[in-house]
Structures are given as structure tokens and as C-alpha cells.
Write a protein that binds this ligand. Structure first.
Ligand code: S3P
Length: 181
């Protein structure tokens, strides 16, 4: 399933783990393009993410997300920031692991909760959602993030996290994750 040549760096992690901020920094430092699947979904759908959830539901959002992922992976090697739920669709895994190296930005729930307190554009955190429910979602997803080829402490300042990711990716044999192929 693997393809030869340089690979994408794919950032995974729960909402608020810093994928976009850190991803931009890594891209800048490595001189590679930065791609954000959430942004790509918005462009493909011609709607904002809350609008997609509202009008078409989460499953439709997930289908757009897989399309956005494929699109990013078909492009030149890049740093890809994903949405927190990309790990929940099994079909995304062989795509990610065959074309890139997956990195989990690991952040504890208390820190995430602090970071997400003012979040307004995330449908899964709006409406009647409670922190208890969000914590359950985090716990449900944790085993999926653990499948990443590299785990990085995402609690550090973004610049430090970016450097750690670059080092971690550089030290992986062949910069790929064979575990779940
Ligand atoms: C989601 C995370 C969001 C976005 C959508 C769903 C999730 O991205 O894709 O709101 O299921 O965790 P961020 O992780 O960038 O907030």
C-alpha cells in the first residue's frame, strides 16, 4: 500500500490540541505547504462546518472530510492539520498511513477544556453539550489517537511542539507508519 518518496505529516488530536497552530509553524519551518482539512471541507461544501452539521448532519461532514483528506494526500508533500474526528472513520486510516506519517498532539482533558472554553464554531461543543459528554468523547477517541506513529506532548508552547514534531518525524524509520497498514 505504501508509496515511495516523501510523505505528508498528518497531525491528529482532539479539538483544541493545536493542530492548526502547530501545523502552520511546522510548514513554515520545513518550507512545505500547509493544508487544513476543515478549511478544505468548507470549500468543498460551500458551507461552514456548523452549517454542514446543521443542514446535512455529521455523516455528511465525515464524507466531505474523507474527500478533503484524499485531496490533500494527492497533492505534494505537506503538513496536514486534520479535524479531531478524522480518526473515527476507519477508511481514513489506510489513506493516512500509506501516504503520510501520523502524529498525535497529546493534550490532557483539563488543558483542552481550558482552551475550548470560548470555542464558538465547533458543532460538537455547542447546543446542550456538557463537559461531561465532551470528556466521554475524548475518552472514546483516545485509543484511536494512540494508533498514530508518533506521539508528541501538545501541552508545551506551540513553537516547542512544532520543533518536537519535526524531530519526531525525522527520527522515524522511513518516516512512515506501518502499524496499521
Ligand atoms: C470535530 C473537530 C473539528 C471539526 C468538526 C468536528 C470533531 O476540528 O472537524 O467540528 O469531530 O472532533 P478541530 O479538531 O480542528 O476543532
Amino acid at each position: 500500500m505504501g508509496q515511495p518518496g516523501p510523505r505528508h505529516v498528518i497531525l491528529l488530536g482532539f479539538m483544541g490540541s493545536g493542530k492548526t497552530t502547530v501545523g502552520r509553524l511546522i510548514a513554515e519551518r520545513m518550507g512545505l505547504p500547509f493544508v487544513d482539512t476543515d478549511r478544505c471541507v468548507g470549500e468543498l461544501a460551500g458551507m461552514t462546518i456548523p452549517e454542514i452539521f446543521d443542514r446535512a448532519g455529521e455523516e455528511t461532514f465525515r464524507s466531505y472530510e474523507t474527500r478533503a483528506l484524499r485531496h490533500a494526500l494527492d497533492g505534494p508533500p505537506s503538513i496536514i492539520a486534520t479535524g479531531g474526528g478524522i480518526v473515527t472513520r476507519e477508511e481514513n486510516w489506510p489513506l493516512m498511513t500509506s501516504r503520510g506519517v501520523t502524529v498525535w498532539l497529546r493534550v490532557g482533558f483539563d488543558t483542552l477544556r481550558r482552551r475550548l472554553a470560548d470555542s464558538k464554531d465547533r458543532p460538537l461543543l455547542s447546543g446542550d453539550t456538557t463537559w461531561e459528554r465532551t470528556r466521554r468523547l475524548y475518552l472514546q477517541r483516545e485509543p484511536l489517537y494512540r494508533r498514530a506513529a508518533a506521539w508528541v506532548d501538545g501541552e508545551q508552547p506551540a513553537e516547542v511542539v512544532a520543533d518536537t514534531v519535526i524531530k519526531a518525524v525525522g527520527s522515524l524509520p522511513d518516516a512512515r507508519n506501518d502499524r496499521v497498514e
